[in-house]
Write a new protein. Structure first.
Length: 147
């Protein structure tokens, strides 16, 4: 018996609904930080409606949970949300937790590239078991915007 069949059999799933695929819908969003709009335009990136909606919710102080497949744009939601917050508060900090070091390093590179390309004043660091003691001390004394 598969895991899914088992939890259905044991009545651990109380509701199930299969939603058929739909054509992608896009939505433009206004950022306070115009460098983000410029970046999206230059890279020819259109935000999916779920990304724009999630970013708007974060801008309005709401908690957001996104569960979509790999490569569906979840990273842009948190990255743009933090960079947008920096337009209001340059000391804003986001602690981002990843289940794998490889994923953390991949996201670090993505954030760093976006910061460099937009020239937004933001910092990003990785703090894990491989972070040297001296670097840990520096991070604690001067926390980055993305940790």
């Amino acid at each position: 018996m598969s895991y899914l069949d088992e939890i259905k059999f044991n009545k651990k799933i109380v509701f199930e609904k299969i939603i058929p695929p739909e054509k992608a819908t896009y939505k433009q969003i206004k950022f306070k930080n115009k460098k983000l709009e410029k970046y999206l335009k230059e890279k020819n990136i259109k935000l999916y409606s779920h990304q724009a909606q999630a970013i708007e919710h974060v801008k309005n102080g709401k908690n957001v949970v996104i569960t979509t497949p790999t490569a569906s744009g979840k990273s842009y939601i948190y990255i743009f949300s933090v960079l947008e917050k920096l337009a209001e508060n340059p000391y804003a900090t986001s602690i981002v937790i990843f289940p794998l070091k490889a994923l953390a390093r991949d996201q670090y590179a993505k954030i760093k590239e976006l910061i460099d390309e937009t020239e937004i004043q933001a910092t990003v660091e990785i703090y894990d078991g491989d972070t040297p003691k001296e670097k840990r001390r520096q991070i604690k004394q001067n926390p980055p915007n993305f940790l």
